[in-house]
Ligand binder design. Structure first.
Ligand code: SF4
Length: 292
């Protein structure tokens, strides 16, 4: 390829507020306590490159509290965790570095408030997602978790229920689910806890996609908000590819493209984006003809 391709970056890329804050707190923890081991339960964010870089700095992901020695530090990730896990860690003499995003904390607070007022808690979201699990952990007797209107139709008739929504959930889909719930619950209280960072990112991605020949979506393959950006492009009939790193880009995608839009998930590091931009520039200049 030897013609210049215009690459347009979405105005909303890279880490969101919550992930930036989590990274800042971890780096501060590393600087303040250089001799104390720091662990995360599972991956701190859904981006393997960022997790690997943190591991190189001394932040070790582990599978359970049993792998964490007394006196060391456990990072509570931006998605939050169940309160029982915090109690258990404290009981074992493990120090906590809480990076739970304030927007997730807000959902946790609503759930506790609803439970305190004897409302049944309904969480709209993916029951397998760590954020939803963390919020459900704050809901006393157990929350109902649903992610589609059909499941909402199976919710038993309730007198009082309150809804919170996974921060990265689709607004349109949440509205459809709430419309069904309104038929099943006499007093339904709804807290719109969808994070604006993800809403703005989706809107900016769709706006950009209308002006380009192809969208490149960059982020962790397990990142739900990145996957949603990609799906949203496909559903809108836009040509799109989803990559985690620059190495996954196939130059053949860009044949006959004059303009390419680039968007990213909220957990995609700047250095990954920079490398993707560099590789796209190389391809555009004719430096590469095939994928490595
Ligand atoms: S997407 Fe929103 S809720 Fe999630 S970590 Fe980022 S700022 Fe917080």
């Amino acid at each position: 390829m030897n013609r210049k391709i215009e690459i347009i970056l979405s105005p909303h890329t890279g880490y969101c507020f919550g992930v930036k804050r989590a990274m800042r707190l971890i780096n501060q923890g590393l600087a303040d306590q250089p001799d104390t081991k720091i662990y995360t339960l599972g991956d701190i964010i859904h981006n393997p490159q960022a997790v690997e870089r943190l591991r190189e700095s001394g932040v070790e992901p582990v599978g359970s509290l049993d792998e964490i020695e007394k006196g060391s530090i456990l990072v509570i990730r931006a998605h939050g965790v169940q309160p029982e896990l915090i109690e258990e860690a404290r009981a074992r003499g493990i120090h906590l570095l809480d990076t739970t995003c304030p927007f997730v904390q807000r959902s946790q607070n609503y759930v506790r408030k609803l439970t305190g007022e004897s409302y049944r808690v309904i969480i709209i979201g993916d029951g397998e997602h760590p954020e939803v699990k963390s919020i459900a952990g704050h809901a006393g007797d157990g929350a109902i978790i649903i992610d589609n209107p059909d499941d909402a139709g199976n919710v038993p008739p309730l007198e009082k229920a309150g809804v919170v929504i996974q921060t990265t959930f689709s607004k349109e889909r949440a509205h459809k689910i709430i419309a069904v719930l309104e038929e099943r619950v006499e007093h339904l209280r709804v807290y719109d806890t969808i994070c604006q960072a993800t809403v703005l990112r989706r809107e900016a991605t769709l706006d950009l996609s209308r002006d380009v020949d192809l969208m490149l979506v960059v982020g962790g393959k397990k990142s739900s908000n990145t996957k949603r950006l990609y799906q949203m492009c496909l559903e809108a009939g836009i040509r799109a590819h989803f990559v985690e790193t620059a190495d996954e880009i196939d130059p053949a995608w860009f044949h006959e493209c004059d303009k390419i839009g680039l968007t990213t998930g909220t957990s995609t590091p700047e250095w990954v984006i920079d490398r993707v931009l560099e590789r796209m520039e190389e391809i555009s200049r004719g430096g590469e003809q095939t994928a490595p």
